[in-house]
Ligand binder design. Structure first.
Ligand SMILES: [Zn+2]
Length: 347
């Protein structure tokens, strides 16, 4: 099987032929049809998330495909089933890590319970969910991370009420799906904040009602007050991890409102809050736990909402590339040039 292998940090991935490992207890061999590249892999490639001792390794944590073969003890799926591959844990066995070997160098290639940047992959039973065959697999791949995280933040973490206002700082991959989630709540306003006009313009297509370019409009609070009749925003989501923006977002948060931190700050950065009396109005600040998704419940539900036209997930697939061109996808994300939510790898 062909796979994209990360051999060194900050270098392109290499395509390599690997032997298909024999299936162990709780493992499932999946024919990967689609896979998305997410910010987590961009960080992984930079060495932010993993130690050098895990290299060379496989990557990718959202995808969709068809079950080819199941290992001992697997009861959730059979060969031929359509499945979403997700990083969040669900029911089923947790297998050992699969052991892949390069066909050429014979070296061991590291892999976790789920990896998706390959033609086929060995997945742990508790990292996949069976779906109805009526769903298109490219859309299904988004349910592995992008969509479930974004909508889960609104539904499960903020437990947002309807007719409320939202502000989403940073309208990249996850920001756009948070905007979609906000729109399931008949919001009064969905304010998008970014430093890129093209990204802000695109956020309108998925449902932002107002757009603030932080480079041009330095005083976020004045604009927010104008939009919300001086009430501030009920639900504020930061995907930037930028400490200066987060301080300003606190100014924009309404009495009794919530600020959820999604974007990870750089190591050793401090958050200092100017005029911290502004916190004394019942504001809740918390960090996101990836939308607290329950894959077996949330994935089929969100796919149904897409089938029924309540969600238009097609809007979140904004570029399609082949596995051979995976580095092109990474370059676009690393240079912050990509407009949209997801780059999808098609096999
Ligand atoms: Zn992800």
């Amino acid at each position: 099987l062909k796979a994209a292998v990360l051999k060194n940090f900050n270098t392109d991935l290499d395509l390599e032929e690997l032997d298909i490992p024999d299936l162990k207890k709780g493992q499932i061999l999946v024919d990967i049809k689609y896979s998305g590249i997410c910010g987590a892999q961009v960080n992984q490639k930079k060495g932010i998330k993993i130690d050098k001792k895990f290299l060379p390794c496989l990557m990718g944590h959202e995808g969709a495909g068809i079950v080819l073969e199941v290992g001992q003890g697997v009861t959730k799926v059979n060969s031929g089933d359509h499945v979403v591959l997700h990083w969040r844990k669900s029911s089923g066995l947790e297998s050992d890590f699969p052991k892949y070997y390069s066909k050429t160098s014979k070296k061991l290639i590291g892999a976790g319970l789920i990896t998706t940047f390959s033609e086929k992959s060995v997945i742990s039973e508790n990292r996949l969910t069976k779906i109805d065959k009526k769903h298109s697999l490219d859309i299904a791949a988004l349910l592995g991370c992008a969509v479930t995280t974004g909508i889960g933040i609104v539904e499960n973490e903020l437990r947002a009420h309807s007719n409320s206002s939202f502000l989403i700082a940073g309208v990249g991959g996850v920001g756009l799906s948070i905007i979609m989630g906000a729109n399931l709540k008949s919001p009064s306003n969905v304010i998008a904040l970014d430093l890129n006009d093209e990204k802000l313009a695109f956020s309108k297509t998925v449902g932002s009602t107002h757009q603030i370019n932080i480079l041009k409009d330095k005083k976020i609070i004045d604009i927010v007050n104008r939009i919300t009749d001086n009430k501030g925003v009920d639900y504020v989501v930061d995907t930037t991890g930028n400490e200066e923006i987060i301080d300003q977002l606190l100014d924009a948060t309404a009495t009794g409102g919530s600020l959820v931190l999604v974007g990870q700050p750089e190591k050793d950065k401090n958050l200092s809050i100017t005029n911290f009396l502004k916190l004394f109005k019942g504001i809740t600040i918390f960090d996101s736990q990836g939308g607290l998704t329950n894959p077996e419940k949330d994935i089929p539900h969100l796919l149904e909402l897409h089938e029924n036209g309540v969600l238009n997930l097609d809007l979140l697939i904004n570029k399609r590339i082949s596995l051979e061109n995976i580095n092109e996808g990474f370059n676009l994300l690393e240079n912050h040039k990509f407009i949209g939510s997801r780059i999808i790898i098609e096999n």
